[in-house]
Write a protein that binds this ligand. Structure first.
Ligand SMILES: O=C(O)CCC(=O)C(=O)O
Ligand SMILES: [Fe+2]
Length: 358
């Protein structure tokens, strides 16, 4: 049975979190003897796990002088209210990824992080909640509080999980909003192409389904790779395996950068072309903010849409008019039985007939 929030979330927020608590103890107990890096299961985040840029941003935020959005040069404004920054050190990424691989190899059944992702793992359920809570409180919260003062006035819980995409598994993730107040999303590997994140508008706003930004995990990779290839050309020529050199460049350039945005911002993971992408996602919850905004999930608060959706913002899973504009996608995890958007009465002018939409 879901909570009231999650029942609303199932109708409205488009990637509902599963209820974690009842099964957490069992999965944690089963995995405990198999843990590879016990330090990942303590309520500690050593300074060597985080990027210097993250420390710089947190210090700027804690100094009280930080002005949104120009906190410091280490924080990149991707588009209004979507930020990115280098977050984890190679040391942490290596430890974390090897633990997750160890968990996959253990064969312990993992419940999936949400209804739209078939290959993820809820890291809270395998015993990492204390470490993630520490990271949330020490690093995400000070930044989020400056960038999103209302939604991040406090963080008192989180739903944290891995997502994984390959050409042979899930290719991407349909457009949705998160059942979070603030979402932190960091890329941990491996080597891949494609798999951008497309952002649209806020849930319930007239421009909810208008495109606003494409975030590329590869952008850095390309720009820095050119420089690195020039600088390291000599070394690379002598590198025994070209593939190894390529992986090294990917590591240096891109892994460990995080994106921060509100859960109510519509977004989706575009299809991966090659390789494997693994990201850690932390959905932070602020129960006080949720209590103060009980109506945020109600359909009467959805504004009439200003116009037809941008095709890139359409959700097969959630949008009533998807099939009026696009073909049914392949390689997606979810079905269409929960299509609700836009709510009746909030349709834009000339909304397609129901025959075309359902
Ligand atoms: O694949 C990603 O990077 C985004 C995943 C996501 O938005 C989600 O799981 O809610
Ligand atoms: Fe999401």
């Amino acid at each position: 049975m879901g909570t009231v929030t999650s029942l609303f979330a199932r109708w409205w927020n488009t990637v509902p979190a599963l209820e974690e608590d009842e099964e957490e103890a069992d999965a944690t107990k089963r995995y405990r003897p198999l843990r590879k890096h016990p330090e990942l299961f303590q309520a500690r985040v050593p300074a060597t796990w985080v990027a210097p840029e993250l420390l710089e941003i947190v210090n700027a935020c804690k100094s009280g002088n930080a002005k949104k959005p120009e906190i410091c040069s280490a924080l990149r404004v991707e588009v209004k209210d979507v930020y990115s920054f280098l977050c984890f050190s190679p040391e942490f990424v290596k430890l974390f990824v090897s633990e997750i691989e160890n968990f996959y190899a253990s064969g312990i059944p993992a419940r999936r992080p949400n209804s739209m992702n078939n290959y993820g793992v809820i890291v809270n359920e395998i015993g990492m909640r204390p470490m993630i809570t520490e990271f949330q409180q020490q690093y995400i919260w000070p930044i989020a509080k400056v960038l999103f003062p209302e939604e991040a006035s406090q963080f008192d819980s989180h739903h944290s999980f891995i997502v994984r995409y390959t050409a042979a598994e899930d290719l991407g993730l349909d457009m949705h909003t998160d059942d979070s107040d603030v979402t932190f999303n960091v890329c941990l590997g491996y080597d891949f192409t494609g798999a951008t994140l497309t952002f649209c508008g806020y849930m319930g706003a007239p421009d909810h389904r208008q495109a606003t930004h494409v975030y590329s995990h590869e952008e850095q990779l390309r720009v820095r790779s050119v420089c690195l290839i020039l600088m390291l050309g000599f070394l690379v020529r002598f590198c025994a395996k070209a593939a190894r050199a390529k992986a090294m460049l990917a590591w240096i350039a891109e892994i460990g950068r995080a994106v921060l945005h509100l859960g109510s911002r519509r977004h989706g993971a575009d299809d991966i072309e090659n390789g494997t992408r693994m990201n850690l996602i932390i959905w932070s919850h602020n129960s006080a903010w949720r209590r103060a905004h009980p109506s945020r999930l109600r359909r009467e608060y959805y504004s009439k849409e200003a116009g037809p959706p941008d095709p890139v913002c359409l959700s097969y899973t959630h949008d009533r008019d998807f099939l009026a504009y696009k073909e049914k996608p392949s390689g997606r995890a979810s079905g269409r039985n929960r299509a609700w958007c836009p709510p009746p009465g909030k349709e834009y002018e000339n909304f397609p007939d129901s025959d075309e939409t359902m």
